[in-house]
Ligand binder design. Sequence first.
Ligand code: NAD
Ligand code: DAU
Length: 331
Amino acid sequence: MKALVTGGAGFIGSNFVLRTRQTRPDWELTVIDSLSYAGNKNTLDPVKDDITFVEGNIADAELMDKLVADNDIVIHFAAESHNDNSLDNPWPFLESNVIGTYQILEAVRKHGKRLHHISTDEVYGDLELDDPNRFTEQTPVNPSSPYSSTKASADLLVRAWIRSFGVQATISNCSNNYGPRQHVEKFIPRQITGILTGVKPKLYGTGENVRDWIHVDDHNDAVVAIIEKGKLGQTYLIGADGEKNNREIIALLLELMDKPADWFEHVNDRPGHDMRYAIDSSKLRAETGWQPQYSDIRAGLANTIDWYAANTDWWQQSKQATEQNYARIGR
Ligand code: NAD
Ligand code: DAU
């Protein structure tokens, strides 16, 4: 199978490419990535002779037409992905997430190709801490931030292209990923790289906000399961029953990195900060047999800490730029 992986130089996409080379060596992979601040071509060095890399923008209709025509399936990870950035400057989110997805849809429609669209649980808004319910495929879309509203818009475009034009597509909405190669702007790597450089973890607001953590390899294995066993036209929620609040995550990181339990500081809260995400992934498990392999978040975080400690060259430059940005927006 010839697969076009969009956003393959970012966190989840690069882990997908590296892992799929091992688990599906017969797939021919082409990566398209614009190498935004979040993309790092060097991440793909271990497989650079086995894949094709194209630097380009998914919102470029002509380029997408050509690349889609040359492949059997598009596995669409590319997006602007950080909520705080979307609150600072929403436009790049509209261009990449909405226009970019539209151009991919038009190309797969024209050439009759398969699409798997990667999305987020944030399209469903948030839950109260004591809500007994979790998100399911039937939960109404109700996004809170510019980021999540552009992802919800992209999901709705995909659904419309499936129904109106018979495009052969599936959609997945996953919870918060952690693991190696995640940009240092995100919560867990920001704190790990901070602690490694002598800076206290920074907790937004009270830190009661809950995220449903999943290891990036479990997410990517679920994507492969949907591509191989999912039903066309369907949406699947991906989650690993990993709910933890932000205080608990900081406590685990401090313990694993031999720092006192109170060695963190509160900073300004994120405007519109979603309180809780929680995924019910029963449909995915029943239809594909997928199960998460990382059930122990402590072990998964310990591996992630080891990766950042061993790969300082990978993150040092972006760390400086990221913290300058956080200082500017006061978080
Ligand atoms: P990321 O920011 O680490 O990587 C995104 C990649 O897309 C980067 O390499 C960037 O250069 C590229 N890109 C952005 N705009 C582009 C454009 N217009 N053309 C070509 N390339 C472009 O993001 P991530 O965390 O790896 O997320 C990947 C996907 O997974 C996104 O669609 C995101 O919404 C979704 N998702 C992320 C999480 C999470 O916890 N990180 C959870 C669920 C879903
Ligand atoms: O739920 C899936 C989503 O998870 C993905 O769609 C997004 O692409 C991804 O970025 C992530 O969104 P969040 O906003 O949940 O992730 P972030 O890492 O930015 O923050 C996680 C939580 O930690 C959130 O409650 C905000 C908080 N936080 C974040 C940072 C950067 C802090 O308390 N301190 C921080 O320094």
